[in-house]
Design a protein around this ligand. Structure first.
Ligand SMILES: [Zn+2]
Length: 157
């Protein structure tokens, strides 16, 4: 299984993660087919935002409404999934994340340790997705230490 993600989205996810630190950032992934093209940041309304995330329900509702209203129109994005960061740890679903797995097959992007990893919510937890970076120049796809910003289970196109 794989997913295409624009380099702008990858850059944005890293920015959001850094901006929210030491709290978890969270938000919505917008796109079409298997391509993620846009990010909608949301407030993390969890009681303990340094340890958990909960996407502001108003933002989520608005994103779904916008997707419904745009349905069928060219360029209108669908809600492809969600993202959040792990200020401590690795870009893999935590035990809490797995408890929230619903099997809706949406994409979960997790940003941690300077990397982004993509997963699909299969209902029994998450399965890893291979990420293909598309769109503009990939010059931002390396950290200052030269390591790729995308998790090793992902491969640039
Ligand atoms: Zn998590």
């Amino acid at each position: 299984m794989n997913v295409a993600v624009t380099s702008d989205v990858i850059a944005r996810l890293h920015e959001e993660s850094l901006r929210a630190h030491p709290e978890e950032c969270c938000g919505i992934l917008i796109g079409n087919e298997n391509r993620i093209e846009e990010v909608i940041p949301a407030a993390n309304v969890a009681p303990e935002p340094t340890r958990h995330f909960e996407i502001d329900p108003a933002t989520l509702l608005a994103a779904h409404r916008a997707a419904r209203q745009g349905a069928g129109r060219e360029g209108a994005g669908k809600v492809m999934g969600y993202y959040h960061s792990h200020p401590v740890g690795r870009p893999v679903p935590s035990a809490t994340d797995c408890e929230h797995s619903t099997g809706d097959l949406r994409v979960w992007a997790i940003i941690a340790d300077g990397q982004v990893a993509f997963w699909r919510d299969t209902g029994n937890g998450f399965s890893p997705l291979t990420c293909h970076i598309v769109g503009s120049v990939a010059r931002n796809d390396l950290n200052p230490n030269g390591h790729p910003k995308v998790h090793p289970n992902a491969s640039p196109e």
